[in-house]
Write a protein that binds this ligand. Sequence first.
Ligand code: ZN
Length: 254
Amino acid sequence: MHGCHPLTIEVTTYGASQVITPVLLHDGDECILVDCGYPDSIPQLEQAMALAGFTLERITKMIATHHDIDHIGALGALKRLLPDAVLIAHEIEVPYLEGTQKSQRQEQAESTLHALPPEAVPAAEQFIALLASVEKAAVDRQVRHGDMLPWCGGLEVIHTPGHMSGHISLYLRASKTAIAGDAVVIEEGELHIANPQYTLDLEEAVASVRRLMSYEIDTLICYHGGCFQGNVQDALRDLVNRNSTMGRTHKETE
Ligand SMILES: [Zn+2]
């Protein structure tokens, strides 16, 4: 028996509440957590896991889709709590997760600091300090595009760069379910590229949506937005069309 449980976690950041959706996969004794939330969101994670019928201690593997704080903030603490849990990430993400290289998000925030209006600088500096404070975690297993992990009837790694260069999505063959991470997000019922301001390479992000289109997906789980309601293939195609039209219009007006 295996299963896939999107975990609905409500968190408050900068005074605003938001819902994030890590995913718990289980297959026999294996319990695989895909993304884990902010540094202080372990109690909420524990609660959401309990609702799905699992305790935190059951986790045997953790997969990081990419090294953004809302996805991996709690990884270091989880690894301390669960020293035997195996951390899996794309090879590009390893130096960022392990802290041998500065986070891409921090680099981005630092590089745009000088262009901000003075009143926005303190918040940006606070954000940078927060990113710098994220606890690092050693990666136990590196993966790349096309790798097949043996759980839940085959868990395929899809490299979906753009939002970040080592970003991965996952495809569960048996249930035709895709765990998108931040490759796409749901806003007001529609699929979108994750906040373009935080997308490091927009063109690559659109190419990654095209890549997702080559999988037969019945269920699409987005970290921001949860399970997509509607025809996934049509929605992905529509997203690509909207963005390629933007690209063309842009070029024509140059
Ligand atoms: Zn992200």
